[in-house]
Design a protein around this ligand. Structure first.
Ligand SMILES: [Zn+2]
Length: 460
């Protein structure tokens, strides 16, 4: 600490603000509206919030504190925002790959979920996902699954930030026999977690092919009543696009417009198959789009027209989707995939440039989730969701352009330290509030049970 010059000065009663944590001498990428990048920069944190961002020398004149993190040769940036996940599916990583979506979903994933989704597996899967997200710099995620109460408990315990939704479909689900029952449960959860600083409960309708218009309308009314988002999958496959047109006489986007749920409170995951009218409708209604490039490529569903949507002013975040169709939660990897996929598909190397994809997992992702007043950039007054990356690796040198370094060269495994709401959750690559040894043993137990079930199925 002494080498930072703080110890000798902190004893003075000189009117400087006493902060809880001071990050000093880092390369600070703020992602604020003016895209400030600060060499030899610092961030001061107090009561969970950012109270200063600027040059280390200015920080030292403004703030003092005994907990100092030296970020020399390190990158300091906002924590990443994963726009669309199914975190408990982490226990199904690699179960079935290289299949068309419907075969993958109906022949593999749905039977597996019917047999193995319960409170215990959701707890373990969520914890595994949280460990993976923290290790790769994700500090906020927007989820849709079952047993949201268990997921919220794990998020509370581990310190991560998230939006949790219980998937509504026409059929009975793990957590309720009817959509009404699941909606009632969601309302109870919203009331229970209402005052939590990091956890938000919202609504989710799975997709227009699995949830009828009444479910969408009722969920939308409740989402508006409680001022929370409504999260759905939309226009993911050509099959869905054709089916919805046949069933309702509209495209999937047109269908949601027709039933009155298309507005700024709606978050749609995928948005691949869109007509020109659909794109303009999404912009006009200010709908949030969660773009999932790797999942879309893996299931060969197509590439969402994200460059066009961004041009129209649509709010876009990047998500990984569940690991069963990805197969990881590393948003650095996802940024790169997004930048490359759109260049390949459009034949235009200027689309989805490095800064644009970084925006989609930081400030833009936060805006898409309606959380940009709290997170997404390093600015005074925002929550201190901060990640520190080690730049002492061959792949991090040299760096002519910091956005290029982040989007094209760095990896989730370069993340060394993670702070959420000013609290350290990972320090020097050690998770401070999660027992990874115990976690891997639980995962191993579930893996053995699934393998046994799979063998029995094959022989029967
Ligand atoms: Zn999904």
């Amino acid at each position: 600490m002494a080498e930072n010059g703080f110890e000798t000065r902190s004893g003075r009663n000189d009117g400087r603000m006493v902060a809880d944590t001071l990050l000093v001498h880092g390369l600070v990428v703020t992602m604020d509206p003016s895209f400030r990048v600060i060499e030899d920069g610092g961030v001061a944190v107090k009561d969970g919030k950012i109270v200063f961002v600027g040059k280390t020398s200015d920080l030292m004149n403004t703030c003092t504190g005994s907990h100092v993190i030296d970020c020399h040769r390190k990158l300091v940036m906002p924590g990443l925002v994963n726009a669309h996940t199914h975190a408990p599916m982490n226990i199904f990583r690699g179960y079935a790959d290289d299949l068309p979506l419907n075969e993958w979903l109906y022949n593999y994933i749905f039977p597996l979920e019917a047999a193995f989704v319960n409170r215990d597996t959701v707890r373990t899967g969520t914890r595994l996902a949280i460990a993976e997200m923290l290790r790769s710099g994700t500090t906020t995620f927007n989820d849709m699954y079952f047993y949201t109460d268990v997921m919220a408990e794990e998020a509370d315990r581990t310190g991560i930030r998230g939006i949790f939704t219980e998937a509504l479909v026409d059929q009975p689900v793990h957590n309720g026999n009817t959509p009404g029952e699941v909606m009632g449960l969601t309302v109870e959860m919203i009331q229970q977690w209402n005052d939590h600083p990091r956890i938000r409960i919202a609504f989710a309708t799975h997709a227009p092919y699995s949830a009828n218009p009444d479910i969408y309308r009722t969920a939308k009314d409740l989402a508006d009543k409680y001022n929370v988002p409504l999260h759905t999958h939309l226009s993911e496959t050509r099959w869905e696009f054709d089916l919805i047109q046949e069933q309702y006489g509209h495209t999937p986007v047109g269908h949601l417009e027709n039933i009155g749920v298309l507005d700024q409170n709606l978050i749609i995951a995928h948005a691949i198959h869109l007509t020109e009218n659909d794109r303009h409708l999404l912009a006009r209604r200010n709908v949030g789009v969660a773009h999932n490039p790797q999942c879309n490529m893996k299931l060969a569903n197509g590439t969402a027209p994200i460059p066009e949507l961004l041009k129209l002013g649509v709010r876009v975040g990047i998500g990984t989707d569940g690991v069963a169709s990805n197969n990881d939660l590393d948003l650095f990897d996802e940024m790169r995939s997004s930048a490359l996929a759109h260049k390949l598909v459009t034949g235009d190397p200027t689309v989805m440039d490095a800064r644009t994809v970084l925006e989609s997992v930081t400030s833009g992702g936060a805006r898409m989730l309606g959380m940009d007043h709290m997170i997404g950039s390093l600015e005074t007054g925002k929550q201190a969701d901060i990640i520190i990356l080690d730049l002492k690796s061959p792949h991090a040198w040299p760096h002519f352009n910091i956005y290029s370094l982040i989007a094209y060269s760095l990896r989730g495994s370069d993340v060394e330290t993670v702070m959420i709401d000013g609290k350290l959750l990972m320090e020097n690559r050690e998770l401070l509030h999660l027992d990874e040894v115990a976690l891997y043993s639980e995962v191993q137990d579930i893996h053995q049970k699934i393998s046994h079930w799979q063998r029995q199925k094959q022989t029967s």
